[in-house]
Ligand binder design. Structure first.
Ligand code: 4AD
Ligand code: MG
Length: 468
């Protein structure tokens, strides 16, 4: 092999003219090989782009023996001249001069032979599925979205604030937490009344994996002004739906001096920014996914960017749903004031009634978390959920209760303990403040058009599954 600097397929495809006529050095995995006795064509992919680079092997230069081992899934290193392609489907190709085979992939054993595997099959082969076109596209978009999120907040002067993954508090108060313990679970120490004695545990108290970084995020916001978190969260709910994971990533901005309307403006601007970023930077991958899974994908993305979100109080939303029921629309779950909306209700409002994303506000306090600011009616709280087509709830947030006495009362009502540190933000220099949480994988569901949340994260965790 000659001493030539390696180029990725993405680099070559971005500026083919720069490389045409000169020798290139490329490395990657073989997607397919086809041809005849005289010439063989290899589609090479190195993960840098959805696009394959065509490598042409002239069989007067390469032996059958060599090429026999160049099968789907094998990894190779090629040097040769980049030339304008004669054939259809690609603008340039490499005329192979040198070939090195790094690793073969026995065709009788390598599972990703043919195209068009089902998502279910690929989920069973989750350790190899990043090598498929579909997952390559999804994972590149996932990266781009993470970058866009950091860029959005950084450019706005928000600070990335790291909240703990192991915590002693339960933010959402739903009790759906995984316990983090080093106690001998076969034979744990017990208190006199027979309960597990967590004072003997690793941290000297019961600790769990976090369901949200919000409460700690509020400590950051009431010092730094505007912060955001971006990290994994864990929920031990037994939800086997295409929209729930047991481990998912969440982005939680928290802003001092923001009221609910400011919070809604930010949420709308933020999500539109992310989607516009995908349209501007991920079109190759989006077009691939659109072509294979969801013909309306691009249109749907543009639609969200181009339209104002509807802002609607919960009570109005219920009225619209009740009207729909009266005129014969059937729902699986009942509709009445006070009910926690199901995804079918959310999607009705978005997809059938308004045909636009909806920000639903002012929910009954009983169905929302303790930290939300109570409205003057004493019945509803300043919550806001952003509802999206195909997804339902994509963002959940609220203005926070900044009044010490009201917050203390809600904490006591719910029997929460150990919250003095949180209450201190309201005891010392309390300010109106707001925030929200965007489910990263729900955003990715929307942007990629994938149907199941298990297919937009490399290693999904859900009830009954913890592979790798
Ligand atoms: O509505 P949630 O539970 O809100 C909170 O956790 C707040 N502490 C956020 C805040 O105000 N800082 O969750 C926020 C979002 C949901 O809207 C949804 O997109 C996503 O997180 N989410 C899930 N995504 C995947 N799997 C699950 N099990 C999810 N649960 C919530
Ligand atoms: Mg929610």
């Amino acid at each position: 092999m000659k001493d030539i600097k390696r180029a990725t397929v993405a680099e070559i495809m971005r500026d083919p003219a720069k490389y045409t006529g000169s020798e290139v050095d490329v490395k990657g995995w073989v997607r397919t090989r086809r041809g005849n006795k005289n010439v063989q064509f290899v589609a090479l992919n190195d993960g840098s782009t959805i696009k394959n680079l065509q490598i042409v092997f002239d069989l007067s230069k390469f032996s059958d023996e060599d090429l026999k081992r160049v099968t789907t899934g094998s990894s190779i290193h090629v040097q040769g001249e980049l030339v304008a392609s004669q054939g259809k489907g690609q603008s340039v190709e490499v005329q192979a001069g040198e070939l090195e085979i790094y690793g073969t992939a026995n065709p009788d054993e390598y599972p990703l032979q043919k195209k068009g595997h089902t998502m279910e099959f690929l989920r069973e082969k989750a350790h190899l599925r990043p090598r498929t076109n579909t997952f390559g596209a999804v994972l590149r978009i996932r990266h781009a979205m993470a970058y866009a999120i950091h860029k959005f907040f950084n450019d706005k002067g928000f600070f990335y604030f790291h909240t703990p993954l192991i915590t002693a508090s339960d933010c959402e108060g739903a009790g759906a937490q995984f316990v983090a313990t080093t106690l001998d679970i076969e034979n744990p120490p017990r208190t006199e009344d027979g309960k597990v004695d967590y004072s003997k545990d690793f941290f000297g108290k019961q600790a769990c994996l976090t369901v949200s970084g919000q409460l700690e995020g509020e400590l950051g916001a009431t010092a730094l002004g505007c912060i955001y978190t971006f990290g994994p969260t864990f929920r031990a709910e037994n939800s086997n739906t295409p929209r729930h994971l047991s481990e998912f990533w969440m982005i939680e901005p928290e802003m001092a001096f923001y009221e609910i309307a400011d919070n809604m403006d930010l949420a709308e601007e933020f999500i539109k920014y992310c989607i516009q970023y995908a349209l501007d930077n991920c079109m190759d991958d989006i077009e691939f996914l659109s072509e294979h899974f969801d013909k309306e994908l691009v249109e749907r993305l543009r639609f969200v960017v181009d339209n104002d979100f509807v802002r609607l109080p919960y009570t109005e939303g219920i009225r619209i749903l009740e009207e729909a029921v009266k005129s014969g629309r059937k729902f699986e779950f009942p509709v009445y004031w006070g009910v926690d909306l199901a995804s079918e209700h959310e999607r009705y409002l978005v997809e059938e009634h308004f045909h636009k994303p909806v920000i639903l506000t002012d929910y009954p306090k009983e169905i929302k978390a303790f930290y939300m600011k109570l409205n003057d009616d004493g019945k509803t709280v300043r919550a806001m959920d952003v509802l999206f087509p195909k997804i339902g709830e994509i963002i959940g947030g609220s203005q926070r209760e900044e009044n010490y006495d009201k917050l203390k009362a809600r904490i006591d009502e719910q029997g929460l303990t150990g919250m003095d540190w949180y209450l201190d933000t309201r005891r010392f220099g309390t300010v109106p403040h707001s925030g929200f949480g965007l489910g990263f994988e729900r955003l990715l569901l929307f942007v990629t058009g994938m149907q199941n949340i298990r297919d937009v994260i490399p290693f999904p965790r859900y009830p009954g599954n913890c592979e790798f």
